[in-house]
Design a protein around this ligand. Structure first.
Ligand code: NDP
Ligand code: OXD
Length: 303
């Protein structure tokens, strides 16, 4: 039984070496499949349209943390997201960079620099900054820890509102109270039916005037028209986005040229090939042993 990997050549080379070392069979690309019955595991970003060609398929693995790009799994096929500490650390780093850039007025200073203007603005203290993180999973918790270490007052919002050490937590029903205390709002939610469009005009209206938005979840969570209106009204002071809808963002989109916005092209993280392969091997071993699969997605919840 084999894992079929569909990804770019550099990642294939790393997985091939690690799978050979572990004595596991890896098929690199659908065109290399000689007997479809051999494919028990499939690792990819998006799978081929017809999974029924692999009659013994048991597990599909997303090579990223998100699974919103995946179709509904056929009956009996389980879905896992990658568990790679590097992804969490990379997104944490991007989020901390974005928080510091917005809190320390970099959009303003970058615009001034382009105009050759030397002008100081008030310098805010981190410990006076109230940060709020929507989505307190693996990435949210790591970002919270680091931002708290820098002195920010950190709150978190999640479906369950589960306690997180050092963080003021709010559950689903506490959204209003959470937003009221967010000078900087960070979105690290998975994209699901419930979170699609969550960053909208109604939500922005509940933030303190002049709050800042940091978004590294998924583009479809953000209403870009509402963002523009919130920036125009001063409800939002600035924003930094790593994810947009669509991706790539068209070259003539207003967001590229808006000095209050910084857009990066979905580069907060990229799964390290070694960590991704090690996770896939752990999934195979767990499946074979009948143990819980690491990174198993609850397909009803959607993450
Ligand atoms: P996790 O599954 O570990 O955490 C998800 C968090 O979101 C949980 O705290 C969960 O609540 C919360 N949540 C989910 N749905 C809701 C809801 N409807 N209302 C409130 N809270 C909700 O995910 P990760 O931290 O690993 O990743 C989060 C997302 O980050 C990914 O799905 C992906 O979209 C994005 N990402 C972006 C990257 C980039 O490069 N820009 C890279 C990697 C990930 P609870 O704790 O109660 O379950
Ligand atoms: C991911 C991503 O989900 O890169 O891993 O966005």
């Amino acid at each position: 039984m084999a894992l079929l990997l569909q990804t770019f050549p550099e990642r294939v080379a790393v997985w091939a070496r690690l799978f050979a070392g572990a004595g596991e069979r890896l098929i690199c690309g659908a065109e290399q499949v000689r007997d479809p019955a051999e494919v028990r595991y499939l690792a990819c970003w998006t799978p081929p349209p017809d999974l029924s060609v692999y009659p013994n398929l048991e597990v599909v693995l997303s090579v990223g943390a998100g699974v919103d790009q995946m179709p509904q799994m056929p009956p009996g096929v389980r879905l896992c997201r990658t568990l790679a500490p590097g992804v969490e650390e990379m997104v944490r780093d991007w989020v901390v960079m974005a928080v510091l850039m917005l809190y320390r007025r970099m959009p303003i200073y970058l615009a001034q620099a382009r105009a050759g203007r030397w002008q100081a603005h008030e310098v805010p203290l981190a410990r006076k900054g109230r940060v709020g993180i929507m989505g307190m999973g693996r990435i949210g918790q790591l970002a919270a820890q680091t931002l708290a270490g820098l002195g920010f007052q950190v709150a978190g919002w999640s479906r369950s509102g589960r306690a997180v050490a050092g963080v003021q937590m709010f559950g689903a029903a506490g959204l209003g109270a959470f937003l009221e205390r967010c000078d900087l709002l960070i979105c690290l939610l998975p994209l699901t039916d419930e979170t699609r469009g969550v960053l909208n005009a109604g939500l922005f209206a509940r933030l303190p005037q002049g709050a800042h938005l940091v978004h590294a979840g998924r583009g479809a969570q953000l209403d870009m028209g509402a963002l523009r209106a919130a920036l125009d009204s001063g409800r939002l002071g600035s924003a930094m986005l790593d994810v947009t809808d669509p991706e790539p963002l068209p070259a003539d989109h207003w967001a590229w040229a808006d000095p209050r916005l910084i857009v990066t092209p979905h580069v907060a993280a990229s799964t390290d090939s070694t960590e991704g392969a090690e996770h896939a091997l752990a999934v195979i071993r767990a499946a074979r042993a009948g143990a819980p699969l690491p990174g198993l997605v609850d397909t009803v919840r959607g993450y």
